[in-house]
Design a protein around this ligand. Structure first.
Ligand SMILES: Cc1cc2nc3c(=O)[nH]c(=O)nc-3n(C[C@H](O)[C@H](O)[C@H](O)COP(=O)(O)O)c2cc1C
Length: 341
């Protein structure tokens, strides 16, 4: 199977929910939630693409030839590259019924592992969804990162207990889901969490905890003080609210605030190896990609997910060669420039 074939099949099976656009930029699916779109005028998503296009790369091609090394260590795992599959849930209402939640979870977890990276799995308003992700992670020898919604304390701690029965290297919470429309529509309330509540979660879980949905330096510092292993700078693919800033635009100030106290991950509109490079140049340790992985899973299952990962990592390697960055640590801010300034 080629990646082109994956896209063709995805376009057939995802109609009318996702148009599998040439560039996945949030314009055609504007406002479609439930669905794959972003909230309201979708600017919280579409502006990500505008911002990425203004970050330009410094080409630097006179040097010894090398094969770039994209590998890294995160939460005690070796990854083939600084890319992970973002959690995506709600197959029955956000996508077509071609894949069940479990089949989607299998595609991303097994496909990510095949390509040497790791997938986050999701949670949602349907009660049987989250528990169904854990056996899939176990079948992949623990290589998957469960993500829980910011439920009330009792349900949250039940979920943490369920996670402790797996040997996953870390788990996450999409803290911004406290305002998610899909949860409200189905009468499943979720709640914002304070620094103290994050500290309690870290202590209860006893394994690396990742807070997803952090968009300010102040909140990042709260997570660091509470003992989080990492944050994901994210606006949930623009699905929480319109008029949010693009995560890439706040990445540098957040990294400058937290320094090396914890890992900094980012997502939102990342569509190529060159975009991954730009995120690393602005201080990210690694990135998450959402919608394109859902397209790959619908078009080619685990094989589609692995093919898409290989494509992105190959693009990253080529970008590193053309900017004289043999290793990820060489990707520094001087390798990029805002244009126009
Ligand atoms: C249909 C859909 C469902 C999603 N479900 C979840 C979820 O269950 N948990 C979560 O943390 N994020 C969820 N997200 C957000 C993604 O994890 C990620 O933050 C976002 O999609 C990244 O942007 P990108 O799609 O532009 O790469 C969802 C996004 C979409 C499009």
């Amino acid at each position: 199977m080629t990646y082109e074939e994956v896209l063709q099949k995805a376009a057939e099976v995802l109609k009318p929910k996702c148009r599998v656009c040439k560039e996945c930029n949030g314009i055609a699916c504007r406002g479609e939630i439930p669905g794959v779109g972003a909230a309201g005028d979708a600017s919280s998503f579409t502006l990500c693409r505008d911002y990425f296009s203004k970050i330009r790369l410094h080409m630097d091609a006179v040097h010894e030839h090398f094969e770039a090394d994209t590998s890294l260590e995160l939460f005690g795992c070796t990854l083939a590259g600084p890319v992970m599959v973002a959690p995506i849930g709600g197959m029955p209402f956000n996508y077509t019924n071609v894949l069940t939640e479990t089949e989607y979870c299998e595609a991303v977890v097994f496909g990510a592992n095949e390509a040497g990276i790791i997938a986050f799995t999701g949670d949602g308003p349907l009660d049987d969804y989250f528990p169904s992700t854990l056996p899939v992670i176990n079948a992949a020898e623990g290589r998957g990162i469960p993500t829980i919604k910011p439920w009330g304390k009792e349900k949250l701690f039940d979920r943490i207990k369920d996670i402790s029965a797996t040997n996953c290297p870390a788990f996450a919470m999409d803290i911004d889901s406290a305002a998610l429309v899909n949860l409200k529509l189905q009468g499943k309330p979720a709640y914002a969490k304070s620094e103290e509540e994050i500290r309690e979660i870290v202590q209860e879980a006893g394994r690396p905890f990742i807070v997803k949905g952090v968009m300010t330096a102040e909140s990042a510092l709260r997570c660091a003080r509470a003992g989080a292993y990492a944050i994901v700078v994210s606006n949930h693919g623009g699905r929480i609210m319109q008029d949010a800033l693009p995560p890439i635009s706040v990445l540098r100030e957040i990294k400058d605030a937290v320094g090396d106290q914890m890992k900094v991950l980012v997502d939102g509109g990342i569509r190529s190896g060159s975009d991954v490079f730009k995120c690393l140049a602005l201080g990210a340790d690694a990135v998450l990609i959402g919608r394109p992985y859902a397209i790959a899973a619908h078009g080619g299952g685990a094989e589609g997910v692995a093919l898409y990962t290989e494509k992105i990592l190959q693009e990253l390697k080529e970008t590193m060669l053309m900017t004289d960055c043999p290793r990820l640590a060489d990707i520094t801010q001087d390798k990029i420039r805002m244009y126009p300034a």
